[in-house]
Ligand binder design. Structure first.
Ligand SMILES: Cc1ncc(COP(=O)(O)O)c(C=O)c1O
Length: 405
């Protein structure tokens, strides 16, 4: 995290991702970075495992993982080796050139996803994966409307921002959205009637991230699937934040037993190397034509080597089992002090606080524990690396008890 000063930074970013103001006061040097991010008061210089090391000598427990990215934690040997050896053998070739590492990464990701998907399109970011998912929905159904959920977050580009709840009022910035969007209330089966034969796709995060680690639940998602089947709309699960093992299953689709037509994923997929993917079931894949989508960097060899290494580590080190086990411990042990309730799943945990979550976040950071806030002012969001163990859960519990209600 960069500790550059951002004079006058907002107290809460639109994504609820940071709550502090300038990292250093009284700086005179002009800031070379666009001042769009509120900054945590934390000058990180290195990291290992679940620990961040700061310039002033602190060791901070990272329960936020760089916005859900650092699934393997920091300095993972297999991930580092994969990046080094791919950099030495072939650092880049475009998608015009077939690469073994790209094919292997796609096969591995499809296997990891458990069988319902037949093709992958690699891109660079979550927003780009969502843009392409929408495009496939429009072109394969011939329809022009999308349904999304209130409090959902899908990214900052024109299409992804259009389906993000509240973006228009806060930061959207484009003169108009590129297509019509209906926002449905969360977990409300009656509102599913608004999905019609005009709807190309419904896009949801099965566990909303920015929305406060809010889990939509198996019943609601199954009802959504049935409504999509009845109307011919495609179902897209945005698992950019909740996917790749974070809920304690490879994807939240498995957790809830509901099969979407497409999954988008990013963040933990690369453990910090920028990459993302769109997974398509055979119905959608059949509609993909030459030149329908494109990218320069997506599916590059470095990204693909990293994707293989991430899945290898998740599987060989049983990290998803660890997420389930330690996620359960968080739920059992951390409803203390200011915390009154829990929502979410696995390592996308929302601790519902009796006072503003940003106050709890600040008090925890003063005790060398980094957590996240969210779009819900009462919810403290935990997105730790999958290597987190029970002693660190006890460390969080003790700090919460010390903070008190
Ligand atoms: C659920 C979800 N979708 C999409 C995005 C956008 O991803 P990116 O920032 O990689 O474009 C995010 C980012 O926070 C997210 O949480």
């Amino acid at each position: 995290m960069n500790a550059h000063p951002t004079p006058g930074a907002a107290a809460t970013s639109s994504a609820g991702q940071a709550i502090a103001g300038p990292a250093t006061a009284g700086s005179v040097a002009p800031d070379p970075l666009a001042p769009v991010f509120a900054q945590y008061p934390l000058h990180v210089v290195s990291a290992s495992g679940v620990w961040l090391h700061t310039a002033d000598g602190r060791r901070v427990l990272d329960l936020y993982g760089g916005h859900a990215v650092a699934a393997l934690g920091y300095g993972h040997p297999g991930w580092t080796r994969a990046l080094q050896s791919q950099a030495q053998s072939l650092n880049f070739q475009s998608n015009a050139v077939p690469l073994d590492v790209r094919t292997r990464a796609a096969q591995r990701l499809l296997r990891f996803a458990g069988g319902g998907f037949s093709q992958v399109f690699f891109v660079n970011s979550g927003a780009e994966a969502n843009e392409n998912a929408l495009k496939m929905a429009f072109t394969s159904t011939g329809r022009g409307e999308v349904a999304a959920l209130e409090h959902g977050f899908h990214g900052r580009t024109a299409g992804a921002g259009a389906i993000t709840w509240g973006a228009a009022a806060k930061w959207y910035g484009f003169p108009r959205t590129p297509f019509d969007v209906r926002f449905l209330p969360r977990r409300d089966p009656a509102a599913l009637a608004q999905i019609t034969t005009q709807t190309a796709a419904v896009i949801v995060e099965p566990v909303q991230g920015v929305g406060g680690a809010f889990d939509l639940g198996a019943d609601y998602l199954a009802a959504l699937r049935r409504r999509c089947d009845a109307t011919g709309a495609l179902l897209i699960f945005d698992e950019v934040q909740c996917g790749m093992g974070r809920t304690g299953r490879p994807f939240a689709a498995d957790l809830y037993g509901v099969a979407p037509d497409m999954i988008t994923t990013a963040k933990a997929l690369g453990n910090g190397f920028p990459c993302a993917a769109l997974l398509m079931n055979p119905r959608v894949a059949a509609a993909v034509k030459l030149d329908a989508m494109g990218t320069t960097f997506g599916g590059g060899p470095m990204a693909c080597a990293v994707i293989e290494a991430v899945i290898e580590a998740l599987e060989s080190e049983q990290l998803i089992d660890n997420v389930r086990r330690v996620g359960e411990l968080i739920r059992e042990r951390c409803l203390v002090g200011p915390v009154r309730g829990y929502q979410g799943a696995g390592f996308l945990a929302g601790l519902i606080c009796a006072r503003p979550a940003k106050e709890v976040h600040k008090a925890l950071l003063e005790r060398d524990i980094l957590t996240g806030t969210s779009g819900d002012p009462a919810v403290l969001r935990l997105l730790p690396p999958f290597i987190l163990r029970s002693p660190q859960v006890e460390q969080l519990r003790s700090a919460l008890l010390e903070i008190g209600s």
